[in-house]
Write a protein that binds this ligand. Structure first.
Ligand code: ATR
Length: 284
């Protein structure tokens, strides 16, 4: 008899730190679904072989994470507008013989802010720190949600310029680039600040930018969620600014994939957040 159980995966290298199995496992149990979601550590050379397993029907679909997001974009048969613009796929699903790819990092980012700082898209001056892969999803979200003015600040200015040029022809967002050493100029009167760099990841010592120029109404968010309170969020909190941590983005980016593979749109609840926080070693 055919296996009726639907299987999904997260595929990355390394992947051991991924909280995705915990998140999807919680939703599978909550909805009583006959399904599995497991992590697969797949090196870059082995990624094509793994894609073969998806094509042969072993999985309904899954998530791809670092370092496979660009390779996934290249290998699927159909990508949507967001994935094409961002140039990376983090969610795959199979429909018959067709592999579809999308990118839910951008919508997860937007949904997290919607939940925690609902008027965020009204910001007049937005600053994005970083111009790597993660920044592309954030910039796409900002444009999709009609942010009026955006400044990208990156240590390597040329990468910020390339990113700004890539996104110049969509939406009505005014995009500019500022040198990392002129960060204070960019931050002056800004009311939305987003860190997409690896600065402060894993709690290393970092020079947090001076936040004194930010508007008193500013929202500060970091897409890094380990540690949950990054040095940037700590500094923003000390100034009394609204802060949004990166965990919400992780939880919300998982929603569309689960719906595709298992047919139920799951919710990001306080219980789910507590579950993941407990796994990260946070006291309730
Ligand atoms: P990701 O996919 O997570 O965005 P990435 O493409 O390697 O990863 O990009 C990392 C980002 O963090 C880049 O914007 C990088 O700046 P550069 O383009 O100049 O490399 C930024 N970054 C990493 N370490 C940094 C540091 N110590 N100071 C400032 N920016 C840093």
């Amino acid at each position: 008899m055919a296996d009726k159980t639907r299987h999904a995966f997260v595929c990355g290298h390394p992947v051991g730190h991924s909280r995705s199995p915990l998140i999807h496992g919680h939703w599978l149990a909550q909805h009583g679904i006959d399904g599995t979601y497991a992590a697969y550590d797949v090196a870059a050379d082995d990624f094509p072989g793994f894609v073969g397993r998806i094509r042969r029907g072993e999985f309904a679909g899954g998530n791809v994470t670092i370092p496979h997001k660009e390779a996934a974009f290249a290998v699927v048969d159909q990508v949507d507008k967001a994935a094409r613009r961002i140039g990376a796929v983090n969610t795959i699903w199979r429909d018959g013989n067709t592999l579809h790819g999308t990118n839910t990092d951008w919508s997860g980012f937007a949904a997290s802010l919607d939940q925690s700082a609902s008027d965020w898209a009204q910001a007049r001056r937005t600053v994005v720190l970083g111009a790597g892969g993660a920044s592309r999803g954030v910039v796409y979200a900002l444009i999709e949600r009609g942010i009026s003015s955006l400044t990208i600040v990156n240590r390597t200015r040329s990468r910020a310029e390339a990113l700004a040029a890539d996104f110049a022809d969509i939406g009505s967002t005014d995009i500019s680039v500022t040198d990392w050493r002129s960060i204070d100029t960019a931050l002056a009167r800004a009311d939305l600040l987003i860190n997409t760099t690896s600065l402060g990841m894993d709690g290393g010592d970092v020079d947090v930018p001076d936040l004194s120029g930010l508007a008193s109404s500013a929202i500060v968010t970091d897409i890094v969620y380990v540690p949950l309170e990054t040095p940037l969020l700590k500094a923003a909190g000390a100034r009394g600014l609204t802060t949004v941590d990166g965990l919400g983005m992780l939880l919300h980016q998982a929603v569309p994939g689960f719906e595709k593979w298992f047919g139920v749109r799951p919710e990001v609840t306080a219980d789910l957040r507590r579950l993941v926080l407990a796994d990260m070693g946070h006291e309730p």
